[in-house]
Design a protein around this ligand. Structure first.
Ligand code: FES
Length: 133
């Protein structure tokens, strides 16, 4: 298949308003989202550490990563907030060895940049959702 062509990836009825779907096409993992009846597509691998964003939460235009909570605008792919690298304040205290482990992981992760997501142009032809890939 030639590059830069629109490819059918789903049917309109498969993704209801406010929902997401993971698809794989041309070796790419893509998140499809329906926001107020309009469809958007962006890379489904988080720009932080590759978690599947379609397994996170979608609220309005914002998808929140299920791994460390970074958030992205599904309509633009722009990062809206950084990952959360420390355990929540109201969490039960962890055993000392686990505290040390999380401190180390948090320190290592603080050096990892979280990138904006790649977005794909979408088009709806009758009941087909197509993306330019
Ligand atoms: S993998 Fe998504 S915030 Fe870390």
């Amino acid at each position: 298949m030639a590059k830069n062509e629109f490819v059918e990836v789903a049917k309109v009825h498969e993704i209801s308003d406010g929902k997401m779907k993971h698809i794989e096409v041309e070796g790419k993992e893509v998140l499809l989202a329906n926001i107020d009846g309009k469809f958007y597509a962006m890379s489904d691998r988080c720009g932080h550490m590759n978690a599947l964003l379609s397994m996170g939460n979608l609220k309005g235009n914002t998808v929140t990563c299920p791994f460390h909570g970074a958030s992205f605008d599904v309509t633009t792919g722009k990062k809206l907030s950084e990952p959360i690298l420390t355990p929540p304040q109201n969490m039960e205290p962890l055993p000392q060895t686990w505290q040390k482990f999380f401190e180390n992981v948090g320190q290592l992760m603080s050096h990892i940049k979280t990138l904006d997501q790649i977005v794909y142009e979408t088009r709806v032809d009758e009941d087909s959702i197509k993306i330019k890939i």
